[in-house]
Design a protein around this ligand. Sequence first.
Ligand code: DGL
Length: 277
Amino acid sequence: MVGDTRINGTSFGCSAPLGVFDSGAGGLTVVKQIREILPNESVIYFGDTARVPYGPRPQAQVQEFSLQIARFLHEQGVKGIVIACNTATAASLEMLQSSFPGPVVGVIRPGAQGAFTAAGPNGRIGLIGTQGTVESGVYDKELAALGWERQLVKQACPDFVTLVEAGMVDDEGIQEATKRYMKIFHESPVDVLILGCTHFPLLSSYIEKELPGVVLVDPAVETVLVMKKMLEENGLKAASDSEATYKFFCSGDPSSFAKSVRMVLGPNDYVVEQAVL
Ligand code: DGL
């Protein structure tokens, strides 16, 4: 367990940006939804590309990294934080909610809610994620709390993270990994599959081809809707005439991260800088 988790200082006003973080490029899929659903909100993103992947790391280490990033985002003046990483949500949501002075939202509860809505109480649900997320049992707990009483079919897919971080250039490698990882869902079929890692929505077209008819749930949409509600409830929503700005930090090579930003968010002139924590 990490030591002192306090993040000193107050929260910021409605014109302040939202802080968003992930181990790497996956959380950009959440930024994409923020841009759609909350078009007036500015974003400061941190991708921990020097330390990706988080999936195989012990929970205590992921907590330590999450706290470092939350402190960095607080110094940047963010008014709220979206933990755009399932692994970090599983390890650190409660810790960050009690240490950060503004609203903090993770992707797992909204993802479980989205899956439950899509599947209903009798539907079969599957989960793909990192080793950390799958082993944490957090999705199982959230689904049980919603009244879903079946067994979650789960598969850790670590190679997916590597393939996305490498820029998704290895088409054959992605197809091979998809076949290998989706095998379990041919043996134990599901109606709904939770994309329980923020890197995975980028591979949706491959997964859909392998599992036709299965409804894929990307927790990002529900997550952003939860943040929207929290901003409204706390009087922190940006004014409807404010122009959103986006700034991206990464702990690794900024030029390769800039490529990921363009891959997910389209051609843009967003600022990408390296920040070593
Ligand atoms: N994108 C992350 C998640 O949602 C983590 C991937 C990794 O670093 O292993 O879990």
